[in-house]
Ligand binder design. Structure first.
Ligand code: GLU
Length: 500
């Protein structure tokens, strides 16, 4: 039976579409067609063939070919923010590592709200949504979740100036939650049992703003993920957790639902490897532990002193920081930890002044009067710079800074001892998280007798650095609030050992 050659050609194109290894065969059949058909027909067939021959790239191949991984996220301390040394936040760090592993650049897209993130990812407008998204049953219909990397609970939050609600039944007042969030999904479930439960869904605010509304007594309650709450509570000492409304839930990256598993599988391997190597745990601690250990009670006085005492010294901090190439807000945070910005501060060990210098250090630094705030701040900045410069340059920021600051507290020699011990114990002497775990051992005979400088109250520099990190976060946040044009400097945060 004779067959229309065009039909035959088209059939072949359809059949072979996507099978680039069959392209040679296909081109041969096109050549044959030329015998039977006119030029136009051949041209049409060629276009079809070229389409068929274009390699059908997997999502992973596309990412590699474009050299770019597009992620959707949101701007918050638990996800992505501009930190002292550039972009930071757990989601950013994870995504950045993944992009590095793939050898591509990271492109960050920040939609207006949670809904925008979910819509865009389900439509395939980006490769991954990395936004502290909770895995929920409803969302599983819309997106595909990768492996969980963190556990949180959902918490009802109230302002301490009001009575603490003990259960859902006692929620009596303005209750606002984030629209399209896992919180709404949970409240809907709870309403099956508590039919009186009602709330308002806010589409414009983000979770941090809702917490601010509670802190400022503009609404009575909201729901927050436990990591967001722990982070923000440092800024808003009036915030309190009333109760949890979920068991631990998991956060994970979300992917579009497609048949193409290539990028998803690669991401799964990446997260699984991070877990197996202990690196994920380290990242979580790095982002959250100082938040978890923060003494919330301290925020009131810190905020009060930012208003009361800091203005007297701010220019001095700036000048000293400029001279010694430091971040003045970090220098001010060290000083607050040392003296609470009291120029005549004195400790039982005889250290004195804004930067609490010992007599010897002051003499070395050329500080003649330790209680002179200007001299003390200039001396302290010079000393901190010296310490930073002593830390090996191959140690990346911010670890280098934390090591230097720990040395400001306990002495460079002890920190060096802790680094050597860390190596002995198979830990990484260049990672602040590992040094932090080792420092407290300097108070135990078994360990300090193996060191050069011997006993030290090693837990103190750990606490010291954690406090300074929190003071720094709060100070930057406060300055930004006062000067909204500095918004991109906002360091926000989060944490957990696992469940916050
Ligand atoms: N993890 C929650 C969610 O997935 C809250 C996110 C947020 O705070 O924006 O809906």
């Amino acid at each position: 039976m004779s067959q229309n050659p065009l039909e035959k050609g088209v059939n072949r194109v359809q059949i072979l579409s996507g099978m680039s290894d069959k392209c040679d065969e296909l081109l041969i059949s096109v050549k044959n067609m030329r015998v039977f058909s006119g030029l136009i027909i051949v041209s049409v067939a060629l276009v079809l063939v070229l389409n068929a021959c274009a390699p059908q790239r997997t999502v992973l191949q596309q990412v590699l070919a474009m050299g770019e991984l597009k992620i959707l996220t949101r701007n918050s301390g638990t996800t992505y923010y501009e930190g002292p040394q550039g972009p930071a936040g757990l989601e950013f760090e994870l995504a950045q590592r993944f992009a590095q592993k793939l050898g591509v650049k990271l492109k960050i897209i920040i939609p207006d709200n949670l809904n925008g993130i979910l819509e865009k990812i389900s439509e395939g407008d980006a490769h991954i949504a990395a936004a502290g998204l909770t895995i929920t049953d409803d969302r599983k219909k819309q997106v595909r979740f990768g492996p969980a990397y963190q556990s949180i609970t959902q918490q009802v939050v109230y302002n301490v100036s009001r009575p603490k609600p003990k259960s859902i039944k006692q929620l009596d007042g303005a209750f606002e939650v984030l629209a399209q969030s896992s919180h709404v999904e949970q409240l809907k479930l709870l309403r099956n049992k508590h039919t009186e439960l009602s709330w308002t869904e806010n589409l414009d605010a983000d979770s941090t703003e809702l917490l601010t509304l509670v802190a400022e007594d503009l609404i009575d309650y909201t729901v927050a993920d436990s990591n967001e709450m722990a982070y923000n509570r440092r800024y808003y000492p009036k915030l309190r957790v009333a109760f949890d409304i979920t068991q631990p839930q998991e956060l994970a990256w979300a992917f579009p639902i497609t048949k193409d598993d290539s990028l998803y599988n690669e991401a799964k391997i990446f997260i699984d490897e991070l877990k197996a190597s202990g690196e994920l745990e380290r990242l979580l601690k790095n982002n959250y532990q100082h938040v978890k250990n923060y003494d919330y009670g301290g925020t009131h006085s810190f905020l009060a002193q930012i208003r009361r005492r800091l203005p007297n010294y701010q220019e001095m901090f700036r000048e000293a920081a400029d001279q010694y190439d430091l971040d003045w807000r970090l220098l001010a945070s060290v000083s607050y930890q040392e003296s609470h910005w009291r120029s005549n501060a004195v400790s039982h060990t005889g250290v004195r002044g804004m930067m609490m210098l010992t007599n010897n250090t002051a003499a070395e630094l050329g500080v003649s009067k330790r209680t002179d705030p200007y001299q003390s701040i200039m001396g302290g900045a010079k000393y901190l710079r010296k310490l930073i410069d002593k830390v090996p340059t191959h140690i990346p920021e911010p670890d280098r800074i934390w090591i230097a600051i720990a040395s400001y507290n306990v002495g460079f020699g002890h920190v060096e001892d802790a680094r050597k011990l860390a190596t002995k114990r198979g830990d990484d002497a260049n990672k602040w998280m590992d040094i932090k775990a080792t420092l407290p051992l300097l108070s135990k005979r078994k360990w300090y007798k193996q060191t050069r400088y011997g006993y030290a109250r090693g837990w103190e520099p750990v606490r010291y650095v954690e406090n300074i990190r929190s003071y720094y976060d709060i100070l930057v946040w406060h300055l930004e609030k006062e000067q909204p044009h500095l918004r991109n400097l906002r360091p926000i945060l989060a944490f957990s050992s696992n469940v916050l």
